[in-house]
Ligand binder design. Structure first.
Ligand code: SAM
Length: 310
């Protein structure tokens, strides 16, 4: 078999290898059948391709953003965990998420009155309209309001505005670097309404240990409640990706999701109420990345099944 094309070299009929991790010893490869779109936008290189059973694949700067095969594991867990932890989310903001998958999931909650989406790169949305219409349909929902600008500035300029904020960002390269910094998290807190919840894409704990350590060093100083949870996405390197759960009050480990609200979402492919809570149970090697107030909480006995303290 041919050796895979590496880096940004995406060719039809070949295995494509993402930039390897772990000092070049480990990387994810997928076979590309057909390249449907390849262009450089003002922000990044954008590719849409077909890959057999994975369906259509969106790549930015040579990194897989989503595939038809497993996008639900990412979008349903990014969105429904905070939405069902908040008691009554009416106003929602999505930063990034130009494919429309997170917006699609947020709008399935009947209580949502308005959902803003702030994506820096209009061409990602254009590509999604053409190649991922099942996700991009959400742009046309009358409750959706689309803003093409830098999410970092947008959040800073709208204090006290949202019940739930979802940061559906790419890896910390190019325009997404600032989405992983302390100043942005402080602005996220200010942009929430009282009792609000924010969740951010916070990478794989197998691969981005320094980044996760850094984020969780400042997070507990900003939010009264911070936690990390994971979901399975086989086409992200390591097969696992995590989220930072940042809350001004609602606690996913204490309040189980309301079954009537889960029912109201309609048919789901990945999320279950049991997974909602299980996602916060972390392996010991992940727990080591967090300060004690977080690792103790997420590593101990299930608070719901533990006997009440005397
Ligand atoms: N599910 C994906 C993942 O984890 O790989 C993320 C998908 S979504 C396509 C990421 C989007 O974030 C991209 O379309 C990118 O243009 C957008 N983005 C990056 N930096 C941004 C910023 N500063 N403001 C708004 N959008 C941004």
């Amino acid at each position: 078999m041919d050796s895979p094309a590496a880096g940004h070299d995406i060719r039809e009929g070949r295995l494509f290898l993402e930039d390897p991790d772990l000092g070049g010893y480990y990387g994810l490869a997928i076979h590309i059948d057909r390249v449907l779109l390849k262009k450089d936008t003002p922000y990044q290189s954008l590719v849409v391709a077909e890959a057999g059973p994975l369906g259509r694949v969106l790549l930015l700067d040579g990194y897989i953003q989503l595939t038809d095969f497993d996008e639900t594991g990412y979008h349903e867990m990014l969105v429904h965990v905070p939405m069902l932890t908040h008691p009554d989310p009416r106003r929602v903001l999505i930063i990034g998420g130009g494919d429309g998958g997170s917006l699609r999931e947020a709008l399935r909650h009947p209580g949502v009155e308005r959902a803003d989406l702030c994506e820096i790169d209009a061409e990602v949305m254009e590509a999604s309209r053409r190649y991922f219409p099942g996700m991009a349909r959400s742009f046309e929902d009358p409750r959706a309001s689309i803003h093409i600008e830098d999410g970092i500035r947008f959040v800073r300029e709208h204090p006290g505005s949202w019940d739930v904020i979802l940061v559906d960002s790419s890896d910390p390269v190019g325009p997404a670097v600032g989405l992983f910094g302390e100043a942005f998290y402080r602005d996220l807190r200010r942009a929430l309404r009282p009792g609000g919840v924010a969740v951010t894409q916070c990478e794989s704990a197998f691969l981005f240990q320094d980044l996760i350590r850094d984020v969780f060093r400042f997070l507990p100083k900003i939010f009264p409640l911070a936690a990390y949870y994971t979901t399975l996405v086989p086409t992200y390197t390591s097969g696992v990706i995590g989220f930072a759960f940042c809350s001004l009050g609602p606690d996913p480990l204490i309040t189980p999701p309301d079954p009537r609200r889960v029912e109201a979402i309609g048919e789901l492919d990945y999320y279950t109420p049991l997974l909602h809570r299980a996602a916060f149970a972390l392996p010991r090697r992940f727990l080591r990345l967090f300060p004690p107030q977080i690792s103790d909480r997420q590593g101990r006995v299930d608070p719901l099944s533990a006997p009440a303290p005397p």
